[in-house]
Ligand binder design. Structure first.
Ligand SMILES: [Fe+2]
Ligand SMILES: [Fe+2]
Length: 376
C-alpha cells in the first residue's frame, strides 16, 4: 500500500508546515525546462472512428473567438473601487462571521489593508490562471504528438489554439487592467512538472484535462458569477466555453482507454489523481499573498483553514473533478481507493453532480452570442 508520504511528501494531508516548506525558490527565472522521454506517435489509421470526438472537433472549429476583436478592451477597470464594493457584500467577505480575529495580525487592519488584500488576491489569482493556461498549452501540444487516435489529434490541435488564446487573454488583462504579476505558485509548478514528466499519453490527459482543467472550470465559473467587472465577466464567459470542451475531451478519450486497463494500471491513475488533487488544494492557500501582505503565513493559513465558509468554497472547486473521476471508473476501482481519499479531502459529496462529458454544448456562450447577433 502506497503511503501519503510517498505520494505527496507528508503523512497528514493538512500538515501546514509541510505545505509551506514548498515554495518557489527561483522567482526571477525567465524559463523552466521539464525533461521528458516520450514517443511522438504517427498513426496510419485515418479512419474517423470516434464520432463523439468528431462532434467535439466540429464544435471547436465553429466556436473560435478572437481576444483582440471580441472583447471590449476600452472598458476601464478600477481595482480599488471593485475591492471596496466586494467588501460591502456578505457573499464575498474574506473571513466568515465565525472567525475571531482578536489577537491575530488582522485585528489591527483598517480598510486600507483589506482593500490591499483584495487587490493582491486578484493579481495573484489571475497570475496563477495565466501560468496554468500555459501549462495547458504545453500539455495539449504534447497530446497532439502522443495520442494514438486521429480524431483525438485533430481535436487536440484546436485546443492548442484555444490555450494560446487563454494565455494571451490573461496576460493582456494582467498587463493592462491589474496592478502586478506573481510568479508561479510552487504547488502548481510541481503538479505541471509531474504531468509533463510522465511519458504515458493518458497521464497528460488525466492531469491536465480532467484535474487541472476540471478545477479551472469550477474556479472560472465562481469568479464569473461573483465579479461585477464587465470585461473580466465576458472574458471568463468565453474562456469557460472553451474549457468545457477541453474537460469533455479528457473524459471522452479516457473513458474508452480506462475501460481496458488492469487493476494495477488503474491504481497508478488513482494515485496520480489524488496527488494532483492535493497539489491543487495546496495552491489555493495563496501563501505568496500573505507573504506580500507582511502577515506570518502560517498564522494566516491557520485562520483560513478554520474558516468553514472558505473550506466550503475550496471544496466546490472539486465539483467537476469528482463526477468526472467517477465516470472514468477511478473512484471505485481497487476497492474504492480514490473514493476513500476524496472522502478524507472532504470532496466526495460531488460524485453525482453533472459530469462534463455532455455539458459542453450547453456552455457554448460563443455560439449563443453569434446566434443572437445573427437574429438581431
Ligand atoms: Fe485554457
Ligand atoms: Fe483548457
Amino acid at each position: 500500500m502506497t503511503t501519503n508520504n510517498e505520494l505527496i511528501g507528508r503523512d497528514e494531508i493538512n500538515d501546514l508546515e509541510a505545505i509551506l516548506s514548498v515554495s518557489n525558490t527561483d522567482v526571477d527565472a525567465v524559463d523552466h525546462g521539464v525533461a521528458a522521454g516520450f514517443d511522438a506517435v504517427f498513426t496510419w489509421d485515418y479512419e474517423r472512428s470516434r464520432p463523439a470526438l468528431g462532434k467535439l472537433y466540429e464544435k471547436a472549429k465553429t466556436s473560435q473567438w478572437n481576444v483582440t476583436t471580441d472583447l471590449d478592451w476600452s472598458t476601464p477597470v478600477d481595482q480599488e473601487a471593485l475591492a471596496l464594493n466586494e467588501m460591502s457584500r456578505e457573499d464575498v467577505k474574506f473571513f466568515g462571521d465565525g472567525i475571531d480575529l482578536a489577537g491575530t495580525p488582522f485585528a489591527k487592519w483598517t480598510e486600507k489593508e483589506w482593500v490591499e488584500l483584495a487587490i493582491e488576491g486578484q493579481n495573484w489569482t489571475l497570475s496563477q490562471f495565466l501560468h496554468g493556461e500555459q501549462g495547458a498549452l504545453i500539455c495539449t501540444a504534447r497530446i497532439v504528438e502522443t495520442v494514438p487516435w486521429i480524431d483525438a489529434k485533430y481535436y487536440a490541435a484546436t485546443q492548442v489554439v484555444d490555450e494560446a488564446r487563454h494565455v494571451e487573454v490573461f496576460a493582456r488583462y494582467l498587463d493592462e487592467k491589474l496592478s502586478g504579476h506573481y510568479p508561479i505558485n510552487a504547488h502548481l509548478e510541481l503538479l505541471l512538472d509531474d504531468i509533463l514528466a510522465d511519458s504515458r499519453w493518458d497521464m497528460t490527459y488525466l492531469g491536465m484535462q480532467v484535474m487541472v482543467e476540471g478545477l479551472a472550470l469550477a474556479a472560472f465559473g465562481f469568479m464569473h458569477q461573483m465579479t461585477t467587472e464587465p470585461l473580466l465577466k465576458q472574458l471568463l464567459r468565453y474562456v469557460m466555453s472553451d474549457e468545457a470542451r477541453h474537460v469533455a475531451f479528457g473524459v471522452l478519450s479516457l473513458q474508452e482507454y480506462y475501460a481496458e486497463l488492469s487493476d494495477a494500471e488503474m491504481k497508478d491513475r488513482q494515485e496520480f489523481a489524488f496527488e494532483a488533487a492535493v497539489r491543487m488544494r495546496d495552491r489555493f492557500l495563496q501563501q505568496e499573498v500573505w507573504d506580500r501582505m507582511g502577515v506570518p503565513v502560517k498564522d494566516a493559513l491557520e485562520l483560513v483553514m478554520a474558516d468553514e465558509g472558505r473550506v466550503v468554497f475550496q471544496n466546490i472547486l472539486f465539483s467537476k473533478i469528482v463526477p468526472n473521476c467517477k465516470k472514468l471508473g477511478l473512484l471505485d476501482r481497487n476497492d474504492g481507493w480514490l473514493r476513500q481519499r476524496f472522502t478524507e479531502l472532504g470532496v466526495i459529496q460531488f460524485e453525482d453532480w453533472v459530469d462534463t462529458g455532455e455539458e459542453y454544448a450547453m456552455l457554448d456562450e460563443v455560439a449563443k452570442d453569434r446566434e443572437a447577433a445573427a437574429g438581431a
